[in-house]
Design a protein around this ligand. Structure first.
Ligand SMILES: Cc1cc2nc3c(=O)[nH]c(=O)nc-3n(C[C@H](O)[C@H](O)[C@H](O)COP(=O)(O)O)c2cc1C
Length: 247
């Protein structure tokens, strides 16, 4: 009896089963990857919305910050890629700006911040959006771990003076953490740089608030060289700034 055709049939059948199994597995992995990416994006956006809502005093603005943003980029903000600047309005007047800034020189890489600045140049608040600093050491920049980040409230370019914008170990006014100077040093420098950026672009940023409120942002972006706003999830790609993960 010739067994060959039967063996060939069996091999063919096994190959088909294996092929089908591979296709289903790849499909499932792709689906899971997509679902996870969407969830990560949504939770990053939620974290951003929460942080934005915490920085400015309640009632100090009456617009939707995510809908009233432009994209800006400048070395002082620590990134080569465009970053969102959110303009807070009250009764049709711009009264604060929240800049996204990056401290590139944290202990474990970039630390992404939101820096809220009132129209008069005083800091409304600062929050860390993401970082990879060491738990128990550098992670005290998170409000959930310590109140250190609140020490920026009310400060401005002239308060403290230029030399005061440093940690105490560098003869400045801001505390460092026990055994961790690098992280707070990086954050103090990034916040100071964000204030310098605001000082240099104050008029443009505040005018941009009016223009975006009037849905005229594309025209204004073209006029002052800003990149038009992207949804928050798309606006933060590439550059030295993307090494952080959500805390
Ligand atoms: C495992 C390990 C993790 C560390 N993580 C941090 C950190 O997240 N942030 C930080 O500022 N320093 C961290 N340090 C301490 C720094 O190496 C450094 O000693 C400290 O920041 C003091 O810096 P200074 O010499 O500039 O004052 C860590 C040290 C070790 C050994």
């Amino acid at each position: 009896m010739n067994m060959l055709p039967e063996i060939s049939r069996s091999m063919l059948k096994n190959s088909l089963v294996l092929g089908l199994f591979a296709i289903v597995t790849v499909g499932l992995v792709t689906l899971i990857q997509q679902a996870t990416a969407t969830r990560i994006e949504a939770s990053a956006r939620d974290a951003q919305v929460r942080a934005l809502g915490e920085i400015l005093p309640p009632g100090s603005y009456d617009n939707h910050l995510l809908d009233n943003s432009i994209q800006v980029h400048d070395a002082l903000l620590g990134s080569r890629s465009p970053q969102p600047a959110y303009i807070a309005m009250k009764d049709g007047q711009p009264n604060a700006v929240i800049l996204q800034a990056i401290a590139p020189d944290g202990y474990s890489g970039a630390i992404r911040l939101l820096v809220g600045i009132q129209a008069d140049g005083r800091l409304a608040g600062v929050r860390v959006l993401n970082h990879r600093e060491t738990p128990g050491l550098g992670d005290k920049v998170e409000l959930s771990k310590s109140n250190w980040i609140q020490s920026f409230i009310g400060k401005s370019l002239n308060n403290p003076s230029e030399t005061g914008w440093a940690v105490k170990k560098d003869r400045g006014e801001f505390d460092q953490f026990a055994g961790a100077t690098i992280t707070p040093r990086a954050v103090v420098k990034a916040v100071h740089n964000a204030l310098l950026y605001f000082d240099q672009h104050r008029a443009e940023l505040l005018v941009a608030g009016n223009a975006t409120a009037d849905s005229d942002s594309a025209l204004l972006d073209a006029a002052i060289g800003h990149t038009p706003a992207l949804p928050a999830s798309e606006g933060d790609s590439s550059g030295p700034d993307d090494q952080g993960t959500a805390p």
